[in-house]
Design a protein around this ligand. Structure first.
Ligand code: GLC
Ligand code: CA
Length: 548
């Protein structure tokens, strides 16, 4: 059985991974074709974002049919082939289950709109206020009201995301049964891992106006959330001890995560939380330009590390995914120290306590998209906010500047395989522009170079398997208040690991607070890094020291 604490998950956004038929969209066969690449990197699992039948308003997070594959991505045979070929290589597939909402094209929603009471009760329909306003003042996460008016019922339905993503009513036991059946169907296909999309939003509480916010306090980590997760576990994936699960937890609290991801296995194996990726927001507001707060970043990561460890709960570790900008552009630098900073960031995250996730292209140091025109953007959230920002009075160029930093499309540009046209992603016209830097930043190049970012990730993934201290050790933050250093200690059965990172492009000197006698350097991002009591750390220098 695969031990998820020694494992690494590689995330694939199928649409942008590899296109085998020249239609400009990545597909399942493209993933099969590239399995050897993933094997070479060393990942144990592949999480694929949704490839089910969908109108693709939110790139598949608007599911129309959970039991079938969108023809744009391939067929069930393609899926089965991928599954067989992955298994041959010891790689397991993690499927993305979107159960907070469906697409408005779903049969269930269509029947609801036609007035079928059974299906109306699959969703959340409410009367508006007497003054003609929607039932509550809640905002959609993609902008605008979270309620859409349906004239034939004189009622509104709730959509926490796009208007084409109506929220499911989990308080209806029939909905919960449907969802269990979907999980069981894919278990029947041999799937051994699941990611649950925004799963801590499924239990809605009171439907009241939020006087101080956008409504999230009424549905985040809601009243029955633990009960519903425990039930889903008991009725589906929990019946196979080999299955691992991860929940995407939107604006969650650590206290809830102790339970979501507790070692008792009653709910999930691990959780994604996002507080560390809001350090360049203003509170919860992402569409602003605010420099990243390093002190906050460290504090949040360390608090979650020690807090979850104390409760024997498990974190997913990540900087990147299909909703986040590229980390090297965000916390590192794209210029002179591109390689050093990308490696340093990788080391910081991979040596923590948890299961690391690598998002396609992160292992190459892929950068933000660099789009300059709205016609290049594809993401519904970005396109909505381009308008909303200007409605709020921002100039077009300020709106662009914000999109360039925060848009989800930053991570959705096609995977850069080679220096050829379209980065070798497609022979056709890609659905979203390829970053011109594919000429220099690409897989072919990095596989050929011994000291590439790719090989650094490869080493980190292997180290988690070789060193128990990385997989199982305790964690102690070092120099919590230091304005430039990100350092911590891991300990396990007499083994000690020190992870020392200069987070910035300026040199620094550090008097190491640990006695370095007996430590050797097992990984760094400069050819000649040494374990010295007084450390002179070069720009973004990163060292992993080990003693047994
Ligand atoms: C999650 C997904 C995101 C999607 C949203 C709605 O946050 O990661 O891509 O838009 O849920 O399903
Ligand atoms: Ca294709």
């Amino acid at each position: 059985m695969t031990d998820f604490r020694k494992s690494t998950v590689y995330q694939i956004y199928p649409k942008s991974f590899y296109d085998t038929n020249g239609d400009g969209l990545g597909d399942l066969r493209g993933i099969t074709r590239k399995l050897d690449y993933i094997k070479e990197l060393g990942a144990d699992y592949i999480w694929m974002t949704p490839f089910f039948v969908s109108p693709q308003n939110d790139n598949g997070y608007d599911v129309e049919d959970y039991y079938n594959i969108d023809p744009r991505y391939g067929t069930m045979e393609d899926f089965e082939e991928l599954s067989r070929e992955a298994e041959k290589r010891g790689i397991r597939l993690m499927l993305d289950m979107v159960f907070n909402h469906t697409s408005s094209h779903s049969q269930w929603f269509q029947k609801a709109l036609a007035g079928d009471e059974k299906y109306k009760n699959y969703y959340i329909f409410k009367k508006g206020k007497e003054n003609g306003e929607p039932p509550t003042n809640w905002e959609s996460k993609f902008g605008g009201s979270a309620w859409e008016y349906v004239p034939q019922f004189d009622e509104y339905y709730l959509h926490l995301f796009d208007v084409s993503q109506p929220d499911l009513n989990w308080d209806n036991p029939e909905v919960r049964k449907e969802v269990q059946n979907v999980v069981k169907f894919w278990m029947g296909k041999g799937v051994k891992a699941f990611r649950f999309d925004v799963v801590n939003l499924i239990s809605k509480g009171e439907f009241r106006d939020d006087e101080t916010g956008d409504g999230r306090k009424f549905y985040t980590d809601g009243p029955n959330i633990h009960k519903y997760l425990q039930e889903l576990n008991a009725e589906s994936f929990g019946q196979d001890a080999e299955i691992i699960t991860v929940g995407e937890m939107s604006s969650t609290t650590m206290e809830n995560c102790f339970q979501y991801a507790s070692g008792d296995g009653k709910e999930l194996s691990m959780v994604f939380s996002f507080h560390h990726l809001k350090v360049d927001f203003m509170g919860n507001e992402k569409w602003v330009l605010v420099p990243a707060d390093f002190g906050k970043l460290k504090q949040i990561l360390f608090d979650w590390q020690t807090g979850m460890a104390e409760h024997n709960a498990w974190n997913a570790l990540f900087w990147c995914n299909h909703d986040q900008p590229r980390v090297v552009s965000r916390f590192g630098e794209e210029g002179k120290y591109w390689k050093e900073s990308a490696k340093m960031l990788a080391t910081v995250i991979h040596c923590l306590r948890g299961t690391p996730y690598v998002y396609q292209g992160e292992e190459l140091g892929m950068t933000n998209a660099g789009f300059t025109d709205i016609s290049q953007y594809r993401d519904v959230e970005s396109i909505n906010h381009f308008r909303i920002l200007q409605d709020k009075g921002l100039s077009e160029s300020d709106a662009y500047r914000i999109l360039q930093i925060h848009s989800r499309d930053n991570s959705r540009t096609p995977m850069q395989w080679t220096g050829e046209e379209n980065g070798g992603f497609t022979t056709g016209t890609p659905w979203i522009s390829v970053n011109p830097n594919a000429e220099t930043i690409n897989a072919e190049e990095e596989l050929a170079q011994e000291d590439s970012i790719f090989h650094h990730y490869q080493k980190l993934i292997q180290m988690r398997k070789d060193y128990d201290v990385i997989a199982y050790g305790d964690i102690t933050p070092l120099e919590r208040k230091h304005p430039q250093l990100f350092a911590y200690k891991r300990e396990y059965q007499g083994e000690t690991l020190l992870v020392i990172n200069n987070f910035y492009g300026r040199e620094m000197t550090w008097e190491c607070t640990e006695n370095l006698k007996g430590f050797t350097c097992i990984l760094s991002n400069y050819p000649d890094s040494k374990a010295e009591q007084t450390m002179k750390l070069r720009p973004y220098e990163s060292l992993v020291l080990y003693r047994k």
